[in-house]
Design a protein around this ligand. Structure first.
Ligand SMILES: *Cc1c(COP(=O)(O)O)cnc(C)c1O
Length: 380
């Protein structure tokens, strides 16, 4: 079955008791046992809950993976994936990653004894040169936040496979509709389901999908033990989001492509970073591993922070906010908002300049969004 059919029908057969067309929200902490022996059914909602199970099953299918797990947030999912490492192990990460993932490496993993080396991520060789004998994981985002760099996932998977290193891919920006890293050779896919999968800026969640039974068991045991699970209501909301993921992603992309082309023509804009534009340095690579380019655009304004402030002030439709992937268009300044906590040196190493602006293109009419940007850019 195809993507949109799976998103709507998997695990979602009408409830056998009531005929309810949607999966019920099993708002319960515990389940009656038939006897004192564990019989494989539901016992306690931290360990397993039918609403969460339905979501986990659909998440796995959409990533074309065998096993899915849902978490209370994207960073909870990242933490769970990183628990397969042990003190003394080493991570190679791309430099350009979500600020919260960077914070986990620096403030949680490092004190725990797991070091991370950051590759520029501009080439596959930049990752390879960071590998040490104790490297156990390569962690990448593709497209990355906020510079929209593309990692060659097939090439990285080959390098990891040769050396017994796990390849973990944060697939939040692309969504499984546009990119399925497991098919390209990745071992672990991580999501913030808060973003496109939920899709309506009204729920937090995270997910891990893998084909490897051993990895899955280890991460599932960690999920049950550490307990960063989503509530049944959250699971239900994310499942509702998944049902329209295809049509939303297509429209996010159509709007983003329209606006990226428009922004390329604007004198106030020095760079437009969108993998769907032929001017993107890795456009061909993106086209070879993605089925679409998503709804995120990063631009750089010639006028630096002063121009960014003016743009933000002049916009009427774009909302100044940190998240992404919802139906409404959002704007953020990486240097002042999502990456504000980094030192000037860390920002410089990441090429996070003051003139950068990250746009999450929503589902409003493309012409309305263009008009909004056009008039706000006039004064920049
Ligand atoms: C938001 C985000 C996360 C973290 O997810 P939360 O749901 O906020 O915990 C991780 N990776 C990327 C790429 C994100 O955009």
């Amino acid at each position: 079955m195809e993507f949109e059919t799976l998103a709507i029908h998997d695990g979602q057969a009408p409830d056998p008791v009531t005929g309810s067309v949607t999966v019920p929200i099993y708002q319960t902490s515990t389940f009656e046992r038939e006897g004192m022996e564990f019989n494989g059914g539901f016992v306690y909602s931290r360990i397993g809950n039918p609403t969460r199970k339905a979501l986990e099953s659909t998440l796995a299918l959409l990533e074309n993976g065998r096993h899915g797990l849902a978490f209370a947030s994207g960073v909870a999912a990242a933490m769970a994936a990183l628990q397969v490492l042990r003190p003394g192990d080493h991570i190679v990460s791309s430099m350009d990653i979500y600020g919260g993932s960077y914070r986990i490496f620096k403030e949680v993993m490092q004190p725990w004894g797991v070091e991370t080396t950051y590759a520029s991520g501009k080439t596959t060789a930049s990752y390879e040169s960071c590998i040490r004998p104790e490297t156990r994981m390569i962690w990448v985002e593709s497209p990355s936040n906020p510079l929209m760099r593309i990692a060659d996932l097939r090439a990285l998977a080959a390098i990891c496979g040769e050396r017994g290193i796990l390849l973990a891919v944060d697939n939040t920006f692309a969504s499984p509709y546009f990119q399925r890293p497991l098919d390209l050779g990745a071992d672990i896919v991580v999501h913030s389901t808060t973003k496109y999968l939920g899709g309506h800026s009204d729920v937090m969640g995270g997910a891990i999908i893998t084909n490897d039974g051993k990895l899955h068991t280890a991460i599932r045991n960690y999920q049950a033990t550490a307990g960063a699970i989503p509530a049944p209501w959250e699971c239900w909301l994310i499942m509702r989001g998944l049902k329209t993921l295809k049509i939303r992603m297509k429209e996010h992309e159509a709007n983003a492509l329209h606006l990226a082309r428009f922004l390329e023509q604007q004198p106030a804009v020095s760079r437009v970073l969108y993998p769907g534009l032929p001017s993107h340095p890795q456009h061909e690579l993106a086209a070879s591993q993605m089925e679409g380019f998503g709804g995120m655009i990063t631009i750089e304004l010639k006028g630096g922070m002063h121009a960014v402030e003016k743009l933000i002030k002049g916009l009427k439709l774009f909302i100044l906010a940190d998240s992404l992937g919802g139906v409404e268009s959002l704007i953020a300044s990486p240097s002042r908002m999502t990456l504000w906590a980094l030192s000037p040196e860390e920002k410089a190493a990441r090429e996070c300049t003051e003139g950068l602006v990250r746009l999450s293109i929503g589902l409003e009419n493309a012409r309305d969004l263009e008009d909004d940007l056009s008039s706000a850019l006039e004064g920049c």
